[in-house]
Write a protein that binds this ligand. Sequence first.
Ligand SMILES: Cc1cc2nc3c(=O)[nH]c(=O)nc-3n(C[C@H](O)[C@H](O)[C@H](O)COP(=O)(O)OP(=O)(O)OC[C@H]3O[C@@H](n4cnc5c(N)ncnc54)[C@H](O)[C@@H]3O)c2cc1C
Length: 522
Amino acid sequence: MTVKGRTPHPTALHALRRARELSALGDDPRVDVLVIGGGITGAGIALDAASRGLRTVLVERHDLAFGTSRWSSKLVHGGLRYLASGQFGIAHESAVERHILMTRTAPHLTRPLAQVLPLYAPGHMARGAYLGAGYGLGDGLRRFVGTPDAVLHAPGPIGRAETLRLAPAVRRDALRGAMRGWDGQLIDDARLVVAIARTAAGFGASVLTRVEALDVVGDGATLRDTRTGETLRVSARAVLGAAGVWAGELDPGVRVRPSRGTHLIVPSDRLGGSDVSLTVPVPGSTSRFVFTVPSLHGRTYIGLTDVPADGPVPDVPVATDAEIDMLLATVNTVLAEPLTRSDVVATFAGLRPLLSGPRGADDDTSDLSRRHAIIESRTGVLTVVGGKLTTYRRMAQDGVDAAIARRLPEAAGRRCGTRDIPLLGAWPRERLAEIAAPPRLVRRYGAEAPFVARHRGGQAGVQAAAAGVTAEELAWGVDVEGALEVDDLLDRRTRLGLVAADRAASVEAATAAFSTDVPAGR
Ligand SMILES: Cc1cc2nc3c(=O)[nH]c(=O)nc-3n(C[C@H](O)[C@H](O)[C@H](O)COP(=O)(O)OP(=O)(O)OC[C@H]3O[C@@H](n4cnc5c(N)ncnc54)[C@H](O)[C@@H]3O)c2cc1C
C-alpha cells in the first residue's frame, strides 16, 4: 500500500498507519497510557487520555466494537429505568450523558426516538396514569439537566388515531390510545465506537486493532499482532483495562456476571414501516418491557431479554429459542397480525458486563446495578467495567482521573475536556439537513458525508452492496475507518453482516474495497 506522497489525515485509521505505529512502538515502547479493549469504554478512555496530552495506545484483539458494544439496543438512555428503581445517581448520570451526546458531541449519530405504548381497555386509564407518572419523572430529569424540548419532546398521552398513525401495525380492538415518551437513539453503536476511536486518533492516540494484550501488569503488557504473530513488550505508566465481559482475563480479581440480551431482526414493513419504538409490557410484569427499534437497512430490532450467562464467555453469543419465543409472544400481544418465526430474518445477542453482586450466581442479573467501577488489580492494572454505552464518556473520565491520581501525578492539572470535544462528523442537529450529501449518508457520517460520497473519486449513490450501501462507503471503511478485513466492513462498519442474505450479496463488493491503494490525502 502507498500513500502517494501526501501527509495522511490524522484521523484516518488504516492498515498502513497501523503498521507504522506498531513499528514506532517497537522503536520506543514507552507510553503514558495503555488501553486494552476497543469497545465503547476503551475508545472513550483513549479519547480522554489523548486529549489530555498523554501518549496513548489502545489495543483491541479483534476489531473496534467487536464485543458487546455492537450488540446493544442502540439507545441513548435518559435514566428513566433507574429512577423507577430509586437509583437517582445513575439516573442523573445517564440524563447528563444523553444530553452531551445529543446536543454536543454526537448530534449527527443520534436522533429523538418516540416510544409509543398502546393502551387497551379495560385498565387503560390506570395504566396510562401509572406510565404517565413515570414518564413525567424522566422528563423532569431531562429538564433538570437542560436538554431542550426541541431535542427531546415532553411525554404525554396520544389518542387512538394518532397511535394508529404512528404505529399502524397495532391491533385496533379495544385500543384507546397510547402513552408517548421520548429517548435518544443511535444510528448504530459500532459507528459510535469508530467515531470515538478516530477522534482519539486525531489527538494522537495509536488505535491498534488485531493486537492482543498478554501478560498484563500494572506497568505494561506484551502485545501480539494477531495478523503476524509478532510480539513486543510495551511499558506504560498506567494500564487501563476495558475488556468488558473479558475483564476477568486481565485481572482475575474482577468478577463480572455476564447477562445475555437478545434482539430479533424483522423487516420494518412488517410493522407498517413505523419510525417509532413500540413499547410493550411483558405480561405479568409492571417494570419489564419489550420494544421495537426501527434501524438501518429497512430493518427493525425487537428486544430485549436479560438472562444470566454464566460459564465460559463466547466471542459471539447466540440467542436461544426460549428468548426468541418470549420476544415474539410479548410483541404479538399488541400486533394486529402476529409475527411468526418466518418474519425473523436474523437475531443477535450480547453480554452485559455487569459487576457481580454480593450473592454471586444467586443474584438476578436484572437486579444488578448498571453502575460502573474502577478496580485496581494486585499489580496495578486499572479496570473500568460495568456502566453502559450512554455513559461511556463519564466512565472514561473516571478511569483517566484514577490513572492520573495514581500513576501520572505530573498530569494532575490536565482536566478532562471530552464534554466539549465533538466527535468526528459532528454538526449542529438543526443544520444537518444543509449538508450536501444524500440523507442516508448524513445519518451515518454527519459532516463527513460529502467526503464519503466523493471518496476515491466516487460518483456517490451507486449501490454496490446490499441495502443501498455504496462502493464509496466500503472504501471509506478501509481507508479511513480502520477496517482490516472483509468482516470488519460487513459486521461493524456497515452492519450488513447482521442478515445472512445481505452479507452474501455484499461480500464481493466488500472484498473489492480492499483491492485499491490508500488514496492521497488520507
Ligand atoms: C443486549 C444489550 C443491549 C444493550 N443496550 C444498551 C443501550 O441501548 N444503551 C446503552 O447505553 N447501553 C446498552 N447496553 C450496554 C452496553 O452495550 C455495554 O455496557 C457496553 O457496550 C460495554 O462496552 P465495553 O467497551 O465495556 O465492552 P466491549 O464492547 O465488550 O469491549 C471489550 C473489548 O475488549 C477486547 N478485549 C478483550 N480482551 C482483550 C485483550 N486481552 N487484548 C485486547 N483486546 C481485548 C474485546 O475484543 C472487546 O472488543 C446493552 C448491552 C447489551 C448486552
